[in-house]
Structures are given as structure tokens and as C-alpha cells.
Design a protein around this ligand. Structure first.
Ligand code: BG6
Length: 474
């Protein structure tokens, strides 16, 4: 069993390899690249966390000259004025170039391979290569097959000149399509080359659940069914689906955030203590939990709720008769000796009163007081941890009253808080150093789809409730 010391001194290779590295973004003109990827790469560059010799090749359909491409990226990337030094932005953009092509055109991959070879010749070395698929999942097979056919998926060597591929969610749209995609990936790449993204895993506040649980001896002995009454995981967003109606409507809340982000939060809070902190052990521990979740239907009416916010069917590209849920609440159980009988509530919704992602752990009430200690992991915003506990009310009477112990990341003195990597910086960094801990394994993905499919089969009879935009609860 690891001690606090072993956890805290666990050594991970965090140094970014100095070997020249080429990062290829398929779908570079898309929304994800502008909102998350390019700012994350720029952030890593500004913190000197990219290899000195790095190149970014953007790949997309529309024709652009190199200059037009850089101007487009500069204009669209989601960074705040003053967030980066002008000089850093300029030098960063100097590392970028563009390759135009359609995703199913073999000739475009030949051109891409030639472009990478020119870069390698300039360095006099075969570069490490990272391919990021920032495109709709329907395009994954064409890109993956073409990468293999053009020889780009083949590493030059194990240590240097490696090739890795980063796959965005959704990973399939059900169990069968997820299996299919995984089979294709497995045929073309070794497991250590595949990085399946769930950006929630990379949130600092989510990783802190493991640190908090396993570095403090205080909670681990009581982290089980005898002492915990229930666990409630919430992912509330105040945003509506906005202009994402066409991609959101065929999916719905359960698949959009339930199959991935919420189950990863559940895994972090419920997994057993790992013997060590390497990627394989942690991923196995998460997978063991995901394999054992079962939703509870029947019983109380609040076991399973599906909701849709009023006005959803008037959103752009949403069918007028859509029955897609924008909210759900599910009661589920983890069928293990640690958790048997402890309900895990999963609840997520769009157009809610506030943005709030948090996990509340309710401890069993003391016999007399009937009051419960509650430990809250606040994932975002206002990231932190708080504990509701009871103290004596000052005075002659022997009475207790609730108080709160709090840790807030925002109170951590600068520069530690400000310089913390955001989720995509962390993911790209870890892909560079080859650490797969924060990426989902095949087993995790398949188990989560099995759970979701079972829910979808059972909840067809549950009526869709309507809720007002800005609702606090449904
Ligand atoms: C995405 C979902 O995976 O996660 C979105 O598709 C959701 O619908 C988003 O808004 C939430 O991520 P974050 O990091 O903004 O909480």
C-alpha cells in the first residue's frame, strides 16, 4: 500500500523531450482548435514547455497561403488581450504552417508526409509526430486509414521519432461504434501510441480528488459503504446548446457528458487505492469501477429523470418535435464490496441557473444529531474543497451548529494558481511526454458505453419533463 510519502514523491517524467516534434492538427480551422488547442499550444510555448524545435502543421479543406493561415489563426484564437506577450505570439506563429487537403484524399497525405520530411531534413533527424483529430468522428476512419497508408503512422524508432495519435470525444456513438473505432485504432497503432481524450480527466480539480483521498490518511478508512450515505455528482451549465443544435440533438445530455465526463468523476471518487501511480494501474482502477456501475430504475420517481429546457426545440438546427434530453438525473450503484448499497446520483443539465460542477460526498448521520458531514469537491468554477462539520454553539446550552472548512485554489498565492496548466495544456503536454494516465483506456470506454446502453434501454418509458431556462432543479 502506498504511503503519503510514496504518493507525494511518485516520480513521473514530466520533462518534455528535446527531440524535434511535429504536431499535426486535422481540422485546424474548426472551433475546438481555435478555442482550446491553439491557445493551449501557445500557453505551453510561453511557459517553455514545448520542445525548442517544434512545428505545427494545420490541415483542413479550405485553401490558404501560409500568411493567410497565420492571420486566420491569430484572429480566431481564443486568448485574452494581454494574456501573452506579443513577441511570444509572433514567434509561436512562426512555427506554424498549413497543408490543404480533403480528409479522404490519399494525395493530400502524400503531400503531408513530404512536408514533414522537409522539416525532418532541416533538423537532420526524424521528428516525433503527434496527430490530433479535431474533426467530427465520422472522419476518423478516413484519417486513420490514410495516416497508415501513407506510412505516417509508423514511428521511426521507439524512443525518438515516435508517432502518437490524439482522439477527441465522442469515442463512438454507442458500444458497437466505439468497438469498431477501437478495433481500427488497434489495427493501425500500438496502445502506447493512442491517446483518447476526456478533457475532464485533465482538470486540476479532478486530479486533486486522488491527491486528497490518497495523501490524507484521515478519509481513506471511512471512504466506504459503512460510513458514506450517498454521493451526488453534478455538472450544471448555464449555457444553452446555442449554435450546436445539429451535433447536440442526436446525442443528448446522457451521451454528451454522462458517458464520459461524469463517469470519469465517478471513477475518481470511487476507485480503490492504487498500489502505484503509473498510468496502467490508475487506468485499471478506474476501469474496475466503471465495470461495476448499474443504474437503478423503479422505486422512487426521482431515480431517473429526463428533462428538456423550454425553448430547446426553437434552437437553430433542432427539430421542432425533438425529444432529446438536455438534463438528466440518474440513481446508480457501484456493485463492489466497498460501495454496495451506496447511491451515486449523476445529474447534468444545460440552461441551468448556474455553472456548477461538483461532487458531494454525504457521510452517514450521527445517531443523535441526524446531521450529516458533507465533503464537496468543487470541480469548477471556484475550484476547491469544502467540508461541512459541526461545532458547539457558544453559550450555556449544549447545542451544535454547522460550519465550513474550505480550501480554494484561488487563494493559492500567485504565480502558482495563475500558471496552473489548463486542461488542454495538460493533455497536450502529457501526450508529448507519453503519459497516458489522463487518457481513457479501451476498457474504460467500453464499460462506460455498456452502462449508458443499459440506461438508454431502460429509460424509454420515462416522460420528458420540461424545465424553465435558468432552473435551479428539475
Ligand atoms: C463537452 C460537451 O464535452 O464538455 C459540452 O460536449 C460541454 O456540451 C463541455 O459543454 C463541458 O466542458 P467544460 O470543460 O466547459 O466544463
Amino acid at each position: 500500500m502506498p504511503t503519503t510519502e510514496t504518493i507525494l514523491s511518485e516520480e513521473k517524467t514530466t520533462a518534455v523531450p528535446m527531440h524535434p516534434t511535429t504536431f499535426v492538427i486535422f481540422g485546424v480551422t474548426g472551433d475546438l482548435a481555435a478555442r482550446k488547442l491553439i491557445p493551449a499550444l501557445l500557453g505551453l510555448y510561453a511557459k517553455h514547455l514545448l520542445p525548442t524545435r517544434f512545428s505545427i502543421i494545420g490541415f483542413a479543406r479550405r485553401p490558404f497561403s501560409r500568411e493567410e493561415f497565420r492571420e486566420l489563426i491569430r484572429g480566431r484564437m481564443n486568448v485574452k488581450p494581454g494574456q501573452f506577450k506579443e513577441e511570444d505570439i509572433k514567434h509561436f506563429l512562426d512555427h506554424m504552417c498549413y497543408e490543404q487537403g480533403t480528409f479522404d484524399d490519399a494525395a493530400a497525405y502524400e503531400r503531408l508526409a513530404k512536408r514533414i520530411k522537409e522539416i525532418d531534413d532541416r533538423h537532420g533527424q526524424c521528428s516525433n509526430k503527434l496527430f490530433h483529430l479535431s474533426v467530427p468522428p465520422t472522419l476518423y476512419p478516413a484519417i486513420l486509414n490514410n495516416l497508415a497508408d501513407s506510412g505516417l503512422s509508423t514511428p521511426c524508432a521507439d524512443e525518438t521519432g515516435w508517432t502518437r495519435v490524439l482522439i477527441e470525444k465522442p469515442f463512438g456513438h454507442d458500444l458497437e461504434t466505439a468497438r469498431h473505432l477501437d478495433k481500427l485504432l488497434g489495427k493501425l497503432f500500438q496502445e502506447e501510441q493512442i491517446f483518447r481524450i476526456d478533457h475532464y480527466l485533465a482538470k486540476e480539480s479532478l486530479q486533486n480528488i486522488l491527491a486528497f483521498r490518497f495523501a490524507n490518511q484521515l478519509f481513506e478508512p471511512i471512504w466506504r459503504r459503512e460510513f458514506i450515505d450517498k454521493i451526488h455528482i453534478k455538472l450544471f451549465e448555464s449555457n444553452t446548446v446555442g449554435d450546436r443544435g445539429d451535433s447536440y440533438d442526436p446525442v443528448g445530455a446522457l451521451k454528451d457528458v454522462g458517458q464520459n465526463h461524469m463517469l470519469m468523476m465517478l471513477a475518481a471518487v470511487a476507485m480503490d487505492r492504487p498500489d502505484n501511480f503509473d498510468a496502467e494501474t490508475i487506468r485499471n482502477k478506474r476501469a474496475q469501477v466503471l465495470k461495476k456501475i448499474k443504474a437503478a430504475f423503479g422505486g422512487s420517481a426521482r431515480c431517473a429523470i429526463r428533462g428538456q429546457y423550454a425553448g430547446y426545440t426553437s434552437e437553430e438546427n433542432v427539430p421542432k418535435d425533438s425529444k432529446t434530453e438536455t438534463y438528466f438525473r440518474l440513481k446508480s450503484f457501484v456493485n463492489s464490496s466497498r460501495w454496495k448499497g451506496v447511491p451515486f446520483y449523476l445529474e447534468a443539465g444545460k440552461a441551468m441557473a448556474e455553472n456548477k460542477t461538483e461532487i458531494d460526498v454525504y457521510f452517514k448521520a450521527g445517531k443523535k444529531s441526524g446531521d450529516q458531514n458533507i465533503l464537496t469537491f468543487r470541480i469548477q468554477p471556484d475550484e476547491g474543497i469544502k467540508i461541512k462539520f459541526f461545532v458547539k454553539t457558544p453559550g450555556h446550552e449544549f447545542m451544535v451548529e454547522p460550519k465550513t472548512l474550505k480550501f480554494k485554489y484561488a487563494d493559492v498565492p500567485a504565480p502558482n494558481w495563475q500558471s496552473m496548466p489548463n486542461d488542454y495544456e495538460r493533455l497536450i503536454h502529457d501526450a508529448f511526454v507519453g503519459d497516458q494516465t489522463l487518457f481513457a483506456s479501451t476498457e474504460e470506454i467500453m464499460s462506460s458505453w455498456k452502462f449508458i446502453e443499459a440506461v438508454l434501454k431502460s429509460w424509454t418509458n420515462i416522460p420528458l419533463s420540461s424545465y424553465a431556462k435558468g432552473a435551479k432543479e428539475v
